[in-house]
Design a protein around this ligand. Structure first.
Ligand SMILES: OC[C@H]1O[C@](O)(CO)[C@@H](O)[C@@H]1O
Length: 307
């Protein structure tokens, strides 16, 4: 059996509070954050994970930190004075989420050097990578991961129109990574004119677009693969894209890590990885908040990762 490569990830940690119905204000809480969700699924699939992030100093931060450790995320956290960041989540009748973020930190995020020794892949993104105060820290980790020969993966997870400064940061990342995952919504925010054509021409070798219930579309070099969606009864879509990324990375990295993974990938292998990722993200839509049902995950693992 091939040993699974270590995966380092950096992104925001949040507590997601999903509003149940309209009023009174009743919420269901769970640990969230795009990259944290991806890290959680990868850890559940048996990948050694190192998660870089930040929390506050209140009791909710302490609980979140303990929960990350319980999930096997091997968290490397900056602790800032202030409360744990929150996302208030409101669902439309189809289960699609709208977010209101409460993220209090101002101080820079600067990870320790040498933290990425031996990693086979590095994944980052979301709100965290858009901020000026985290840009230096993310760039340093990216640099180190590149030196380690890791596969570099990015998910912008925009959640709104980026400012010109944020856009410049996104563009700089796009020029550096091997794998870009983005939602159709992200693509429309970045390239309102002709989103699909614009994504096809971006520098990363592999670009993957999630299309919600319609599945996913990917561009690999000159090639293109499209896979249909999987119908499920949707509870909510929170964490679906993050889970898709975890499924995709799990398939791509099952025989080892490093940038070479994409050089050895053909369109058939890509199709298989996309089908697996779509199936896993559909499962994520069947539970409240970001998460996966135990039985469904076991069946997915047996189908896609056995052998
Ligand atoms: O990170 C931003 C938000 O996006 C999610 O990851 C879902 O994709 C939530 O858990 C989080 O609140």
């Amino acid at each position: 059996m091939v040993e699974k490569p270590a995966i380092a990830l950096v992104g925001e940690s949040l507590v997601d509070l999903v509003l149940e119905g309209e009023s009174p204000l009743t919420f269901t809480g769970s640990l969230g954050g795009s990259v944290l969700n991806t890290a959680t699924v990868l850890a559940r699939l048996g990948y050694p994970v190192r998660f870089f992030s930040e929390v506050g100093e209140d009791w909710l931060s302490a609980w979140s930190e303990a929960e990350m450790a319980r999930r096997g995320l091997n968290p490397k956290l900056r602790r800032h004075p202030g409360p744990m960041p929150l996302a208030l989540v409101r669902l439309d009748p189809e289960g699609n989420a709208r977010y209101s973020f409460h993220r209090p930190f101002q101080a820079p995020f600067l990870p320790e050097a040498g933290a990425l020794r031996g990693v086979g892949a590095f994944h980052f993104g979301s709100l965290f990578a858009l901020e000026a105060r985290t840009a230096k820290g993310v760039a340093a980790l990216l640099e180190e991961a590149a030196r380690a020969g890791a596969l570099l993966s990015y998910d912008p997870n925009l959640r709104g129109l980026p400012s010109p400064e944020e856009r410049a940061r996104v563009e700089a990342y796009l020029g550096r990574v091997d794998l870009l995952k983005l939602s159709l919504e992200d693509a429309r925010l970045l390239f309102p004119e002709a989103p699909l054509e614009a994504v096809r021409r971006l520098p990363p070798r592999l670009k993957v677009l999630t299309l919600g219930p319609e599945g996913a579309l990917a561009f690999l070099g000159e090639g293109e693969v499209r896979v249909p969606g999987v119908r499920v009864r949707v509870v909510d879509t929170v964490g679906a894209g993050d889970t898709f990324t975890a499924g995709l990375l799990a398939l791509l990295l099952r025989r080892g890590g490093g940038r070479g993974v994409l050089e050895g990938l053909d369109l058939e292998g890509l199709r298989e990885a996309l089908e697996a990722a779509v199936a896993l993200s559909a499962l994520a839509c069947t539970v409240r908040g970001a998460g996966l049902p135990e039985e469904g995950l076991a069946a997915w693992r047996a189908r896609w990762l056995a052998g």
